[in-house]
Design a protein around this ligand. Sequence first.
Ligand code: ADP
Length: 180
Amino acid sequence: MKLKKEKFKDTEECYMPNGLRIGVYPGSFDPLTNGHLDIIHRASKLFDKLIVAVLHNDSKQAVFTMEERVELIKKCTCDIENVEVDMFSGLLVNYVKKKEAVAIVKGLRAVSDYEYELQMAMLNKHIDKNVETIFLMADIQNSFLSSSIVKELAKNGGNISGLVPEQIIDNINLKLRNTI
Ligand code: ADP
């Protein structure tokens, strides 16, 4: 027990002020889907605080504004006490350090996700060896689900019920109809 404490002493000093274990779940969330929400629920149980961080990405054309995406996530997570919603731009590692988080959370849907996510996790580890990435496997019923599929369906008048949280269905349909 004593040995273990010694080994992790530096990490605890740098990344656990107040003894809080903070996780960051980053993504585009354009918009939030049931797949994302499942990961949020599960990851919130692993950390004292989980920050869902909406990434501003210049190279990805988003349908929802950053503010809209944050609002939709807040609407669906307000009942989870230890979840906070935020936005960021720039390097994820810098954001994680600024928030004094211990780990990045990622969802894995398929083998195709794995290759890219492995690369990103390695890169982040290279930038800062203290930043861990934790992968949660997508629930089988969400493994085909993506924000793009939801947008495509809504844009063409399809039924997105069961794919996104009930409380944001109207927001998504309204937005997508107005962007055609
Ligand atoms: P997308 O790939 O749909 O544009 P995001 O960039 O918003 O999604 O994804 C944010 C995170 O959520 C990533 O780690 C991604 O792997 C994960 N994720 C996306 N969709 C799902 C899903 N259906 N089930 C579990 N995790 C998911």
